[in-house]
Design a protein around this ligand. Sequence first.
Ligand code: 6PG
Length: 627
Amino acid sequence: MKKVIFIIGVSGSGKSTIGKMLADDLNIPFFDGDDFHSEGNIIKMSSGKPLNDKDRQGWLETLNELAKKQLKETSCVIVCSALKQKYRDTLSLGIENQTKWVHLSGSFNQIFERLNSRKGHFMPSELLQSQFNTLEEPKNAITIDISLNPKEIIDQVKNQLEHKSEFGLFGLGVMGKSLCRNLANNGFKISMFNRHVDEVEENVAKNFKAEFSELTEAKAFDDISAFVNSLQQPRRIMLMVNAGKTIDYVIEDLLPHLSENDILIDGGNSNYKKTKERNEYLKTKGIHFIGTGVSGGEEGALKGPSIMPSGNEEAYKMVAPFLEKIAAKDKNSLPCCTYVGPEGSGHFIKMVHNGVEYVEMQLLAEVATILKATGQNPDAISCTLESWKDTASSYLLEITTDIFKKKEGDDWLVNKILDKAGNKGTGNWTTIASAEFGVPSTLIASALFSRYVSFYKDERILLSKNFEKQSNSELNSTTSEVLEAYQFARIINHYQGFKLIVEASNKLDWNLNISEIARIWTNGCIIRSTLMEDLVEVFKETNNILTNAELIEKLNQYKPSAKKVILQCVLNELTTPALSEALQFLNGITTEYASANVIQAQRDYFGAHTYRRLDDPSGKSHHTNWN
Ligand code: 6PG
């Protein structure tokens, strides 16, 4: 991949000499930033006045344009002091993933002596000191000690740029492998690591590399030290290993090989509280930690997943060019990857994503149960779902349509699958988080518990004998009524999922941008849908989607069908907990005077827990001796 190499550092660090030598060595054009100042800047400088940030802005933009133009044809070297981060941000704007920084670093005394030993040259120490004061050490640069001789400096820079990888991927499971291919397809130089376990995991990285042509340039390792040493500094290492204790073991294995400012990215489905702890622990070691949700399964990881990173924002900027490049793109071609917020907020929203995913899956399973009860076979169910594409388009609808089509021999494959649903724990965590934050995510709990009920297969068989169905009539609902009931429940599902995010954001001071979260879920992830696209706009106005006029209208329009379908399910003894919960929830959340008065009275009766009275505006607590 073509790149622009910015050589940066204070005056006297040897930028021009090194820049020219490097450009000659690499046989690419060299530009001295000082040659691109405007006339105004030149006049100001020659009158001995220092440039301010405003004077510099246009100049930095010119250099950015120059870099962009050059990159269309070839790599190049540009020399510019670029002491502040905001200068570097301007220089690399729009070309972040093709920009390399080389910082020539030395002490004040070293540079002062060097400058003043030059013939006919004198720099007052205050001027040099002010440069050191201005310098914001770049965290994402190749830092070179200027006490080395020029040849050694060039060798070091070349070694880092040419022989070292830009990004490391640790853990070559299904997702890790797909991400490696995605990174390589996007032109990044990567190193890949998978552990060695005798006779179980042998030469995994090497064999994987040999399998795909896009990995020709990638480096394969099963030795941690060699893997870490193969990476440019600061190192960017994405961990794609099993969530849980494994992450901690891997961190401990890596730590002795890492250097200050290296960045670890945990791309697994980790618990958000653990991510916060790991973040704090690694901070004490000088290592940045980014916890990120990654959604999209194997195919998404390969072609463009939705990525939900959180942690230190400065550290995120150093990995953003990579993550944003490999992410899916939304309808405006923006990456479905954004800095979510602090701590473990990225893993938190991924967890909620999965909760919403559980419900969307459960609703489709319930819909299929209903359609089956109306007499449709899997082919017909598939056709019905297909016909819903225009009104209820989503990735999960699409794959479920395919699933019901798939035949094996004379029968449909779906009929041969054991009806026990697995889970890896994120739905469980979402339900726990809902309880902890006091948010009624009833559909998520319902979808999770449906999986748990399914797991009691033997007991279900046993009890089905004790409780024979009392109704066997054919279900009386049209497919368009079922569609409306489904759409009704989906809106409630999204309301509840986002409500959990909003409440967590408020309580933990995360300040999350809800519309942006919806936006990065419009492509790449499992819950992408046209509804999600609508929500991006809705969340620009409000965080409560049940106050949006269009959604209110839709829910009111779908409600009669939802009631009818759910009633039919109850009468026919079909198990449709998520659909029913959706209706119950809307009934509850729209009831002005709920039955909680009775609960309060009961609490006061047996435990003197007191209650408040509607006719007492002071809000004080009352107690009654009830018997
Ligand atoms: C995704 C998925 C992914 C995975 C879930 C499945 O967004 O790509 O959510 O993360 O498929 O972990 O979870 P269960 O095994 O709990 O269903």
